[in-house]
Every structure is written in structure tokens, then in C-alpha cells.
Design a protein around this ligand. Structure first.
Ligand SMILES: [Fe+2]
Length: 241
């Protein structure tokens, strides 16, 4: 995941270090860290052009989804992380707790969309080609057939109230794949630390409304034409090796 760094001043931490250094007679010569690095995040590039997924997903949707929506999650996630850093430096427990929902929502938005872009591919690059390899076998074993899996994910996606995500997840403990849904921008990990996302489908209106209006099932039907099963299979084989 792409990240950049910025220097966060640690007021109390620096003061404590200065006092400690003074007691040891080290003074400023120590150059003690009156600052430390806080990791923040930046928008990852898409591995294809905005219009490359047409006609399944329009270029306009992809551009706005990536440049505006995903960027907004990152901007707000970074802001919340900086505020968290300040709150922790001040020992402000109440503020630390108060920031958790912003971190979950915006951090989840960044995590989920980063996966989502990788889950898609233009048809000329193999998008929509049914899964081969070990994941193909696992789908047949756990769902009966590839078609049955698609039917289940479409049904769960259509039934999801409000905004959220439909996932094909690997349960690393049970060594099985399963379908899960999460609300809002909750990432899959909120359903269990043992769950690894193989495929996530964004069912927020911003993912389809400009093209499909309120007909989410049509979006769900067409998105399979640009699903990157090679990526999902690669993750599956790595996580089950
Ligand atoms: Fe989205």
C-alpha cells in the first residue's frame, strides 16, 4: 500500500526526552528526536485506464470513484491519524476513543478501494475469465459451481441495505471460502481476523449510480465481465500455500 511520511512534532514526548537528556547531561548534542515519522497514505494508481472497463463500468464512474471518493477516504484517514497522534501525545484518552469511528470509516474506505481496483481488469487483459487453478477447485467444492457462487454474491449484494461490500473471503483457519457482507466501509477484517479478502465488490451507489441509476442488480450482473480472477487466485494460492 502506498504511503508517504510526514514529520509529526511530539510536544510532550519531546519535552520528556529533553528533560531526560538534561538529567543525563547530554543536552542538545544528543539531537534527540523532537520529532518522529508518522506514516500517512496516498492514492494508488489504477493498473488500467479509467475507460478500460467499459461497457461494464463507465470511465466517468471510474474516474470519480478513484479521484474523488477514494481520495477523500485517504485525505480524511490521514487527518484522523494525525489527530490520533496528537491525542496520544497529550494522553487524551477520550479524544483517542472519539477518533476511532473516523479511522474505521476512512481507513476502511482506503483499504477496501485499494483491493477493489485490483479485483477489476479489462476484458482484453483477462477480466471476466472464470477462475482457474486452485481457487476454481475451491469454488466448486464450497459452492457447487462458479455460477452458484455468482448467484449467491449477486443475491447478497442486492439484499444489502444501504451501502457496503460483498466479499469472497478465505477463512484461513477453516481453509474454506465463504461469502460475507460488510456495512458502510467496514473492511472484511472486522468480520474476523482469520478472513482474507479474495474479491470485494463495492455496492455503494457511487460505484454504479451514474450508469445504472437505482438498478443495483444490473451493475452486479455486469461487473462479473471485468472481475480479475487471476488476482483472486494468486491471493488464494499464496494464503493457502
Ligand atoms: Fe466506492
Amino acid at each position: 500500500m502506498a504511503f508517504q511520511t510526514l514529520v509529526a512534532k511530539k510536544a510532550l514526548g519531546a519535552a520528556a526526552l529533553r528533560n531526560g537528556a538534561a538529567e543525563l547531561g547530554l543536552g542538545p548534542a544528543l539531537g534527540l528526536c523532537q520529532s518522529r515519522k508518522l506514516q500517512t497514505f496516498s492514492l494508488p494508481d489504477l493498473p488500467y485506464d479509467y475507460g478500460a472497463l467499459e461497457p461494464a463500468i463507465s470511465g466517468e464512474i471510474m474516474r470519480i470513484h478513484h479521484q474523488k471518493h477514494h481520495q477523500a477516504y485517504i485525505t480524511n484517514y490521514n487527518k484522523a491519524l494525525e489527530q490520533l497522534d496528537e491525542a496520544m501525545a497529550k494522553g487524551d484518552a477520550s479524544r483517542v476513543v472519539g477518533l476511532q469511528s473516523a479511522i474505521k470509516f476512512n481507513g476502511g474506505g482506503h483499504v477496501n478501494h485499494t483491493i477493489f481496483w485490483k479485483n477489476l481488469a479489462p476484458t482484453k487483459e483477462g477480466g471476466g475469465e472464470p477462475p482457474k487453478g486452485e481457487l476454481g477447485w475451491a469454488i466448486d467444492t464450497d459452492f457447487g459451481s462458479f455460477e452458484a457462487l455468482i448467484q449467491k454474491m449477486n443475491a447478497e449484494g442486492a439484499a444489502l441495505q444501504g451501502s457496503g461490500w460483498v466479499w469472497l473471503a478465505l477463512d484461513k483457519e477453516l481453509k474454506k471460502i465463504k461469502v460475507e457482507t460488510t456495512a458502510n466501509q467496514d473492511p472484511l477484517v472486522t468480520k474476523g481476523l482469520n478472513l482474507v479478502p479474495l474479491l470485494g465488490i463495492d455496492v455503494w451507489e457511487h460505484a454504479y449510480y451514474l450508469q445504472y441509476k437505482n438498478v443495483r442488480p444490473d451493475y452486479l450482473k455486469n461487473i462479473w465481465n471485468v472481475i480479475n480472477w487471476k488476482y483472486a487466485n494468486k491471493v488464494y494460492e499464496k494464503e493457502t500455500a
